[in-house]
Design a protein around this ligand. Structure first.
Ligand SMILES: Cc1cc2nc3c(=O)[nH]c(=O)nc-3n(C[C@H](O)[C@H](O)[C@H](O)COP(=O)(O)O)c2cc1C
Length: 186
């Protein structure tokens, strides 16, 4: 069951603007995200939810131009790290917690047959200012969520290419073979 959802999850970068994600769906997604494990059970995450066009456009002003497609999403969720109770801020250990929270969120989105793509390409300082965030809330990742529309850029690359391929400075498509990933075990 879990493996089915994991296999189905993929980054989707085109959304049907006519279909809205409901408050109930958002709550279930956040529930899954909030159940992630964290170092010393610090649960250092907070969620900024942008649903109105005004709120979304604030976030879009801080996004990299490569992520312009994100403005079509029904909602944008920004996962924030709460540095007041995050584990080892100096060593950025809390990034593991935020990563686990992100994956839980993405898997529940997939489970609900919704589409999303994590985005870290944004100007962090600009976003903090635009959202008027206190210094202890660090925006780590923006997640546009909506119903999938046809024509998503980079869609289906994992299925299309057996192996990871290089395109400009990015590695895209495919999945690495387990043999490449295992260290110290035969
Ligand atoms: C931390 C993180 C940041 C990412 N930032 C972006 C981004 O800014 N823009 C984007 O289009 N994709 C972004 N991605 C999506 C990756 O490109 C994508 O996960 C990867 O190519 C694998 O494809 P898949 O998610 O469809 O399996 C990001 C993914 C992660 C985990």
């Amino acid at each position: 069951m879990v493996l089915d959802v994991i296999k189905k999850r993929a980054s989707v970068r085109a959304y049907d603007k006519s279909k809205k994600v409901s408050k109930e769906q958002i709550k279930e997604i956040l529930k899954a995200a909030s159940l992630a494990p964290s170092a010393r059970n610090t649960q250092p995450w907070k969620f900024y939810i942008a649903e109105s066009e005004g709120e979304k456009s604030k976030i879009m002003r801080a996004m990299s131009e490569h992520n312009a497609w994100a403005s079509e999403a029904s909602i944008l969720i920004v996962i924030l790290a709460d540095l007041r109770n995050a584990y080892r801020v100096d060593e950025k250990k809390y990034y593991v917690d935020i990563g686990l929270c992100l994956e839980n969120l993405l898997l529940e989105i997939t489970n609900q047959r919704l589409a999303a793509c994590p985005c870290a390409a944004f100007d962090r300082e600009k976003l903090s200012k635009l959202l008027d965030l206190p210094a202890y809330l660090e925006p780590v990742v923006v997640v546009p969520i909506g119903y999938e529309a046809k024509g998503s850029v980079l869609a289906g690359l994992r299925e299309k290419y057996g192996k990871v391929i290089e395109r400009s400075e990015h590695k895209i498509g495919g999945t690495k073979d387990l043999k490449e990933l295992i260290v110290g075990w035969r």
